[in-house]
Design a binder for this molecule. Structure first.
Ligand code: GDP
Length: 439
């Protein structure tokens, strides 16, 4: 996410960062570089100019030049200004109402349906009773897609495949929600490939008829400046309440995130970073600013972990670890939970300083595939008692998983070391040594 921008900004700031003394002249040079980094990332020129002017004024005003750590102070100012640019405080969605109605708008392919599923899952995890509505009267496939997502996240989906009136479908869905005690209704509307008058009129009519508590505009961040223009058009017609930026896991240059708030004056409320249902984050401008500056975002990482991890499963595995019974089935289950958290590279990027380190590394979630294949090729007995895996078993497992004996050996070795470590910690804990060491 935002790797290019991160890279360029860091390069721009680096010269200042390391220096004990800086001059007005190199502040000016740095400002110029920062501005270029922003415009290269597709940030609107005027937005980039305004923010860098403010950074310069603040830098000169706060006596950065004579401070003890001028570089650090400068970075702090950039961080503050980026935060402000993206909207300052995080803005939540309004889900008051009986039921609360959330209208989802945007172009086709922007990620509306995927986001609707994610939002349903997110709200359900907060204990809310949600109804998803497939309000696309043009593409039957869109209804099926939402049904699949609904099933995946365990949320009911309302649809009327025969009805060709989007307003009516939305209204019927809301009455149904009232009857069945649903508290939040998410209406996924039809999009077009480009802004078109008929589509705009239809969604305007839906909005007027159902009077949503929250209208969210979904936009693909990879479309750069176009994202900002589309946002403007939709906002002029719909006066939406917030923006959802999708596909930030891609190679987005980040311009959309940085310019939308200024151009339409509506906050970004959520960001989506993958196709998985868990890849949704509430948008916090300050955390995003830190992330853009390569300072990491540990808070979001922990939140992601809390969402993905199943507490009962964690307790079960913990108990097995304590009894030295951790086996390959548990290992596989842990691996799957980690995968549920989203793209590994993206996760590593949330750790301060890591983003840069892993930038050029080729890690994707497929890296786990050989490991999963090897474990899947083991018999249940082998999984629970890996010590019985001898030469001929190794050969069979390698052949079955399409890996080499070397790979099987590596995994067995790593697993063995892991078990030894767990055992050691258990003994230490039993003898009270662990507490002493921790202290
Ligand atoms: P809609 O036409 O607006 O409903 O868009 P969809 O929800 O069908 O999404 C279009 C495509 O983008 C699908 O293939 C999704 O899986 C994919 N997609 C949606 N959100 C994201 C995201 O945050 N990251 C990535 N990489 N793909 C996404």
């Amino acid at each position: 996410m935002f790797e290019n921008l991160q890279d360029k900004l860091n390069k721009a700031i680096k010269t200042l960062k390391g220096q004990g003394r800086i001059t007005e002249i190199n502040v000016a040079a740095t400002i110029k570089e920062v501005r270029r980094a922003l415009t290269d990332a597709d940030v609107n020129y005027k937005v980039a100019k305004d923010i860098t002017d403010r950074i310069r004024d603040k830098a000169l005003d706060r006596k950065v030049l004579i401070s003890v750590e001028p570089g650090q102070l400068f970075v702090k100012i950039v961080q503050e200004e980026l935060t402000e640019l993206m909207g300052g405080e995080a803005q939540s969605i309004n889900i008051k109402g009986d039921p609360a109605v959330i209208l989802i708008a945007g172009l086709q392919g922007s990620g509306k349906t995927t986001f609707s599923g994610k939002l349903a899952s997110y709200l359900k995890k907060q204990g809310r009773n949600v109804l998803l509505v497939a309000d696309d009267i043009y593409r039957p496939a869109a209804i099926d897609q939402l049904k699949v997502l609904g099933e995946q996240v365990g949320v009911e989906v309302y649809s009327e495949p025969e009805n060709k009136n989007a307003v009516e479908i939305a209204q019927n869905a809301i009455s149904q929600a009232r009857k069945t005690g649903k508290k939040v209704v998410i209406v996924d509307t039809a999009g077009r490939l480009a802004v078109d008058e008929a589509m705009m009129r239809e969604i305007e009519a839906v909005k007027r008829a159902i009077n949503p508590t929250e209208t969210l505009f979904v936009v693909d961040s990879m479309t750069g400046q176009d994202a900002v223009n589309t946002a403007k058009t939709f906002n002029d017609r719909l006066n939406f309440d917030g923006v959802v930026l999708t596909k930030l896991d891609g190679d987005a240059r980040g311009g959309a995130a940085l310019s939308i708030k200024t151009v339409v004056n509506k906050p970004i409320k959520f960001i989506s970073t993958g196709e998985k249902m868990e890849a949704l984050d509430v948008f916090y401008p300050d955390r995003m600013a830190s992330r853009i500056l390569g300072m990491g975002d540990v808070i979001s990482l922990v939140e992601r972990a809390q969402q993905a991890f199943d507490e009962d499963e964690a307790k079960r595995i913990n108990a097995k670890m304590r009894k030295n019974q951790f086996d390959f089935d548990d290992f596989l289950s842990q691996l799957q939970q980690i995968k549920k958290m989203g793209n590994v590279k993206d996760l590593l990027g949330m750790i301060p300083g890591m983003g840069k380190m892993v930038k050029d590394l080729d890690i994707d979630n497929d890296s786990f595939k050989p490991i999963e294949a090897i474990i899947s090729s083991m018999t249940p007995k082998e999984r629970s008692r890996p010590e019985i895996i001898d030469g001929s078993r190794k050969k069979r497992i390698a052949a079955g998983s399409g890996t080499s004996i070397q790979q099987v050996n590596n995994l067995l070795k790593q697993f063995d070391e892991m078990r030894k470590m767990m055992k050691k910690m258990n003994t230490m804990q039993a003898s009270g040594k662990l507490n002493k060491m921790m202290r």
